[in-house]
Design a protein around this ligand. Structure first.
Ligand code: TRP
Ligand code: ZN
Length: 487
């Protein structure tokens, strides 16, 4: 998958037409009533690709995932041996057929498969690059339940995705390992249907040397030590996109507690001096969460926390579900940084609970998390959201004006425009519809889309419905235009 899908890029890029900026027509009906005929949205959004690549239909990443089935549950039994960098796993994948099926297409990078069964019957999977085909012993009809078990082991290999995405996936450290990456990461340590369209529940069992911490997503349900090994079990009880799965094994200082009944587990790598502000800031997780709950409505998950790694390869943070991972670079020796915590925790609503339907809708994650971060900074009395907006708007030559956040193109899904012009779009929407309607739009969005997937046209439609305003000219200019919108 990883090598060959780059070839599709040229095709996808050729399909991108100029983004439309509509003229002003006061009598134009609401977007909801007049969707564009083919894609149901602005012309620069790409239609789903046919599943010719045996992928899940993502126009930017056509080879990701597989068609025709829905994974409901991953049960993962994982053992990691740091001295040999060896991961040994058993993945039990429960799925439902969405159509008549004779094989399953999963994604898996590296590792050696020692045994695979479907419903208890031995099968022989095949692999081309990172695309794993599991034949079914007999074809199944739509709605059939499937249980696939894959035993594997090996030295997990990270994904080098080039400049646009960096090094992602399972990364070895001096004494342990961690997994981080977007849009890909899980394939380096779990056989998965690697697309956010197929979210599933997870159960993890992690076994590591007893002297190391092992942390993953969700609620920890047990921990036992025997024969020099520590085994812990974890439950993810809300559907999770594959890229949001994480694990961290190593020498961490772990703090456990509760926040309003939510179990909290924070971990900071012990190589980070206790003299930095990291521990203190991470301990404010619950406080940041309360602020966001006030803006967006109930927290969608049943566990909370954060993992701070210390690794030169990772200079960012990721909103891994219930427990974001933070690179220590956000703090440095003396700096305090709760903005990054607000950003990653806001993603729990925008990105994790409400996930992109395809990657072109990425501003629904990054624009919203960035705006939440601005609101938090304002609440802390540092910089106002208006100042954040004004400073960026004043820069007429900024590269954000040439990249439309609503259809950034495959190589630019993490462009500054997606984050900052995305957040500016929300700030302008707020200005246009007023605070009350703005927050009603956000709260209704996360409520309606909880545990599912969403698109930009759906957000625009909801904003129009709640505000009663015709907003497609507005969104065309802010999300899909290739120039600085007039205000
Ligand atoms: N989604 C992350 C954030 O803004 C940023 C990110 C993009 C990332 N790609 C990544 C983080 C790969 C880690 C690895 O919060
Ligand atoms: Zn983000």
């Amino acid at each position: 998958m990883v090598n060959t899908r780059w070839a599709a890029l040229g095709v996808a890029a050729a399909l991108v037409t100029a983004c439309s900026v509509g003229g002003t027509q006061p009598t134009k009906p609401l977007f909801t009533q007049a969707p564009a005929p083919q894609t149901g949205g602005p012309s620069c959004l790409l239609p789903d690709v046919p599943t010719v690549d045996d992928g899940r239909g993502d126009p930017y990443f056509p080879k990701d995932g597989g068609p025709g089935y829905d994974v409901t549950h991953y049960k993962l039994k994982l053992k990691y041996d740091p001295p040999t960098d060896t991961l040994t796993g058993t993945a039990t994948i429960e799925a439902t057929a969405l159509e008549r099926l004779s094989e399953l297409h999963l994604d898996f990078h590296g590792m050696k498969i020692s045994k695979a069964t479907v419903g208890g019957t031995l099968v022989t999977p095949t692999r081309i690059d990172d695309s794993l085909t599991v034949p079914l012993p007999v074809p199944v009809e739509k709605d059939a339940k499937l249980s696939v078990q894959i035993d594997y082991s090996g030295v997990p290999q990270s994904l080098d995705e080039g400049n646009a995405f960096g090094t992602n996936g399972f990364l070895h450290t001096t004494e342990g390992a961690f997994a981080i990456g977007e849009p890909h990461s899980a394939t380096t340590w779990i056989p998965v249907n690697d697309h956010p369209r197929d979210k599933a529940l997870y159960d993890f069992e992690l076994t590591v040397p007893a002297n190391l911490a092992a942390i993953t997503n969700g609620v920890r349900t047990s921990e036992t030590v025997a024969g020099g090994l520590k085994t812990s079990t974890w439950k993810v009880t809300s559907p999770m996109a594959t890229y949001l799965a994480t694990l961290a094994i190593g020498d961490y200082r772990v703090t456990e507690g509760t926040h309003k009944g939510l179990p909290v587990i924070n971990a900071v790598h012990n190589s980070i001096p206790a003299t930095t502000r990291v521990d203190e800031d991470i301990a404010r997780n619950g406080e940041v969460l309360d602020f966001l709950v006030e803006k967006f409505g109930p927290y969608p998950f049943d566990a909370l926390g954060g993992i701070v790694i210390n690794d030169d390869r990772i200079s960012f943070a990721l909103e891994t579900q219930t427990r974001p991972i933070y690179g220590n670079g956000f703090w440095g020796a003396t700096r305090s940084n709760t903005d990054v915590i607000a950003h990653e925790l806001a993603h729990q609503w925008f990105g994790d609970s409400v996930s992109v339907d395809t990657w072109q809708h990425i501003w629904l994650n990054e624009g919203f998390a960035t705006y939440a971060q601005w609101m938090w900074a304002e609440d802390e009395g540092r910089v106002t959201t208006q100042q954040e907006f004004d400073r960026r708007y004043a820069t007429e030559t900024s590269p954000i004006w040439s990249v439309p956040p609503g259809c950034p193109g495959r190589a630019r899904i993490f462009d500054s425009s997606v984050y900052n012009r995305g957040a500016m779009t929300l700030h302008m929407l707020r200005d246009k519809v007023g605070d009350e309607k703005f927050f009603t739009i956000l709260q209704t969005w996360v409520k309606q889309k909880k545990d599912s997937n969403a698109t930009t046209p759906q957000f625009i439609a909801l904003a129009e419905e709640i505000s009663g305003q015709q907003l497609d000219d507005f969104f065309n200019a802010w999300l899909f235009g290739k120039s600085r919108p007039r205000i």
